[in-house]
Design a binder for this molecule. Structure first.
Ligand code: NAD
Length: 469
């Protein structure tokens, strides 16, 4: 079945349909209509899977897709046209350029926490770059997967874009196929499985993984503003956000005042009874609920929250104080509304800890000092970095979105999505007769010291770099 699907897409890719810019624009417009015309149905699915409120569904799922499509349509001609390069003297009479070529048939494995944008944003990249694609939505958000399975065939060209739904069995079957790129969003553990499967075919991968995104709050930070931004970022989608602040490190002196501010902010944002807030989401399923509960098993200092109701998949915002780095909640990415605070003796202790851990997807620093911000930015490595805010870096399409090291490889959003699914082919077109005399003087055997001297002078660019296109 999967083999057949890949065969159909391969045949389509070979017939060249997806290479036409007009076709790409048509399909992108169709994808936009899919999102706009079915916004209500999609929002209902998001509500059912994750308790997602309207504001988060519109801004962080639907609008993000629509804006990315508009950007892709506006720029597809520019992004796709040949890029002529600077030339040294040797190449003066030749035409040298980068031809932007689609990779072929690609596989996109989406994630469940933002199940629309994490599936469709890579698809936009695949389409705008001229590829055929198989999309595999996550089975963990079943209603949204169902919506995509129903809608994509209605709007997009079925010979070019297909949806495969299912779980581990279906993903495993897909991974046996040969693709021209695999774009995977999810955990590092499955990321390893994806990469091992891709290696068998020498298929390139983009891995959008997770991990713990640390947050350092300096003594000079504005605690009220920091609390607003940390709470907003941490509790979006009930903490199930790959770039959410995972834990906070700060000095012992500001730990309690900061925790007080966080608590006040949570109550101001979601009310005293968070369970009644229409803006607060729910945990995606029982397995993740149990996983989060287990993270609290060795905690004896719950400063705030800790309330939960498994039937409703409700897990309240939970702040933990005096957390040690060997606590259970520090051994894996939390991916839920638990926020541990680790008191440190010094900024350097916090920095050392971060440096001793796998490279995070995002790193956050809250401080009023430019020096502190620069120190953290330059001394650490992370996929993304933000100072005095969190998560927002993921919303600007001119910034690449992606991890480094354990948090992933490859970036996307905006033009980066186009690049992610594009092969940059180096092209050189030489005139037939024009330079043949010079070739005999310095390039073709029989070689001589004189020829070597000329050739080195011309190749080194000492003969001048010219910008003639
Ligand atoms: P996951 O990695 O467990 O599963 C995702 C997909 O992999 C599903 O389609 C599933 O069918 C498939 N899968 C699971 N086990 C498999 C196996 N053994 N063989 C083959 N396929 C298998 O998803 P998850 O762990 O629930 O996702 C959460 C993680 O994803 C977090 O770490 C989070 O940070 C990360 N994430 C990252 C981003 C990002 O953009 N970087 C976005 C969202 C989530």
């Amino acid at each position: 079945m999967t083999t057949e699907t890949v065969k159909v897409l391969r045949a389509t890719f070979r017939d060249g349909r997806t290479k036409s810019i007009a076709f790409r624009v048509e399909q992108l417009n169709a994808l936009k209509r899919l999102v706009v015309e079915n916004a209500e149905m999609i929002m209902e699915a998001l509500k059912s899977d994750l308790g997602k409120c309207k504001m988060e569904s519109v801004l962080i799922e639907l609008d993000l897709i629509e804006n990315d499509i508009n950007d892709a349509i506006k720029n597809v001609y520019n992004w796709s046209k040949p890029e002529y390069v600077h030339k040294t003297l040797l190449y003066k009479a030749m035409s040298c350029y980068i031809h932007k070529e689609p990779l072929g048939v690609v596989l996109i494995i989406g994630a469940w926490n933002y199940p629309i944008q994490l599936t469709l944003l890579p698809l936009i990249g695949a389409i705008v770059a001229g590829n055929c694609a198989i999309v595999k939505p996550s089975e963990v958000s079943p209603k949204t997967a169902e919506a995509l399975e129903q809608l994509i065939p209605k709007y997009l060209d079925n010979d070019c874009y297909r949806v495969v739904v299912g779980g581990v069995t279906e993903t495993t079957e897909l991974l046996e196929q040969k693709f021209d790129k695999i774009f995977y969003t999810g955990s590092g553990n499955v990321g390893r499985i994806v990469m091992a499967a891709a290696a068998k075919h020498l298929t390139p991968v983009a891995l959008e993984l997770g991990g713990k995104s640390p947050t350092y709050v300096a003594d000079d930070a504005d605690l009220k503003v920091s609390a607003n931004r940390i709470v907003w970022a941490k509790l979006l989608n009930c903490g199930q956000t790959c770039v959410a602040p995972d834990f906070i490190m700060c000095s012992k002196e500001i730990q309690e005042p900061l925790a007080e501010q966080l608590k006040e902010t949570i109550e101001a944002f979601y009310g005293r009874v968070v369970a009644d807030s229409p803006d607060y989401g729910k945990i995606v399923n029982e397995r993740h609920f149990d996983r989060l509960e287990a993270l609290l098993s060795d905690v004896d200092d719950i400063f705030f929250g800790g309330l939960r109701n498994k039937d409703e998949r409700f897990f309240s915002p939970t702040i933990l104080l005096n957390v040690k780095t060997d606590a259970r909640c520090m051994q894996e990415e939390i991916f839920g509304p638990i926020l541990p605070i680790i008191p440190v003796e010094s900024e350097d202790e916090a920095l050392e800890y971060v440096l001793s851990q796998p490279k995070p997807l995002s790193l956050y620093v809250f401080s009023n000092s430019g020096e502190t911000i620069q120190k953290w930015r330059c001394a650490t490595t992370s996929g993304m970095f933000a100072a005095n805010d969190a998560c927002l870096q993921g919303g600007l399409p001119t910034l690449p979105f992606g991890g480094v090291g354990a948090s992933g490889m490859g970036t996307y959003h905006g033009k980066f999505s186009f690049d992610c699914f594009t092969h940059q082919k180096s092209c050189l077109e030489a005139p037939v007769r024009l330079v043949e005399g010079a070739n005999h003087k310095m390039r073709y055997p029989p070689y001589s010291d004189k020829k070597l001297e000329w050739a080195r002078w011309v190749i080194s660019g000492k003969g001048g770099v010219c910008n003639i296109l």
